[in-house]
Design a protein around this ligand. Sequence first.
Ligand SMILES: Cc1cc2nc3c(=O)[nH]c(=O)nc-3n(C[C@H](O)[C@H](O)[C@H](O)COP(=O)(O)OP(=O)(O)OC[C@H]3O[C@@H](n4cnc5c(N)ncnc54)[C@H](O)[C@@H]3O)c2cc1C
Length: 442
Amino acid sequence: MSNIKELVIIGDGFAAAVMVVHLLRRGIAPTAITVIGSGALGKGNAYGCDNPHFRLNIRESLPTIFSNDPLHFARWAKENINDLDAKTDAGYFYRRQDFGRYVSELVASKSKSSHIEQIKAKVLSLNGVDHSWSLALDNQSVISARKVIIATGNPPPTWPCLVTNSKPDSSASCLVENPWAGHGLDVAKTQDHIILLGGGLTALDAINNLGERKHLGPIYVISPRAIFPPAQANWERKVQPIWPQNLTPAKFIRFMRDYLPSTSTTSSEWQSAWEELRINISMIWQQFSVRQKRTLFKRLGWLWSLYRFRASPQTIAAYEKLRSKNQIQFVLGRATEIQCSEFRVKVLLGNGIEVEGDRIINCTGVASDPLLNQLIEDRLAIRDPLGHAIAVDESCRVCHLPSDRWSSLWMIGPATMGSLGDVVAASAIAKQAEQLAGQIAE
Ligand SMILES: Cc1cc2nc3c(=O)[nH]c(=O)nc-3n(C[C@H](O)[C@H](O)[C@H](O)COP(=O)(O)OP(=O)(O)OC[C@H]3O[C@@H](n4cnc5c(N)ncnc54)[C@H](O)[C@@H]3O)c2cc1C
């Protein structure tokens, strides 16, 4: 019997799980699929968290797994989630851990009694050529595969600057390098001075958690800008904008500016227009040249992140409450060094400011993926236009030259954003998996 696996998915998060679900729906035999990843399939970095205060940032009707049944999760949630705090004026915003449970149950129900092989390991390197791939795992084994899908997702945050730690053992809990799973703040004392490094959704999750724990001490948010993403409003896409032809970055920005109403970014009206603009944004992104993509990202990247990744109303309510008690203080700047001594942390910023506290939480976002870096170094892949990950074509095939791609190596998930546009949210990834499953089944 051949020892070569037919189709290997690298990664065990949401993207890997929805890939499995769609492959099975397309009639691919469960025995043909192997998943490699050390966690529970479907949870990953986003939904494997065990903190009940970390919520989805989208209402219940939005994480669409099946294009022909967009409310599948909303129905499941109604029957299976007991969460009295989920309801808001903008819809139900459930806990991330409950969404993780949904995804795991989905895989189990689609694979029925058939067993999907999962190798509990990490892939250290990937080598080979089309239909003959070799994967070295961290359990010292090497496996071969005809087809490979990379679904390694969001690499967890690492400190963005030098960390000096004079008491490595006793001060470990003062330094929380990866807060995504929800650990780290549970040991904070109510009066602690908390430093949040970064001002996006992860920082807001930490604030929500501190608010729920009735935190009384100050919270310093170190960020280049003193602004958080707004709360999700009850928006609705009513029309599809008609984008002008021959878009340049300047025309693109002008069109967006003219399309958005001059109301508050927290209003349903503004967010409805913003979401209408997003309908074809990935297609438009793919029409720009590499240079144009870089220009746009440089000019619009931070604004895009600010309004694209809005928070749950519960999270923003917790932030507003702490802010009204003057517990939140923004400190503008970028960290250049973190010094940690026994039970005390000091952050040095590039502009000379120093911030001291009892605990620091790293909320700086995704790091870089060692597996993708290895593929670039070994010339099996090229960088995407933004230099964040590896390039893929419109069918998710990994490119090894600007004009050449592998026919049996694909990548899905947030790492495809530099090439394909707005592919970060659960529904966008599920759509990608649905399309790729169709392609592979054919
Ligand atoms: C903290 C957080 C919260 C989020 N919240 C939301 C939300 O509320 N709504 C929404 O729509 N989107 C949210 N997202 C966006 C997110 O991109 C997607 O929803 C989705 O979870 C991404 O799934 P993924 O499988 O691509 O990535 P991940 O969840 O990162 O999973 C990748 C998995 O692959 C494993 N892996 C990595 N490298 C290897 C390797 N070499 N070998 C084997 N395994 C490997 C990792 O350990 C991980 O378990 C969130 C993202 C994060 C990080």
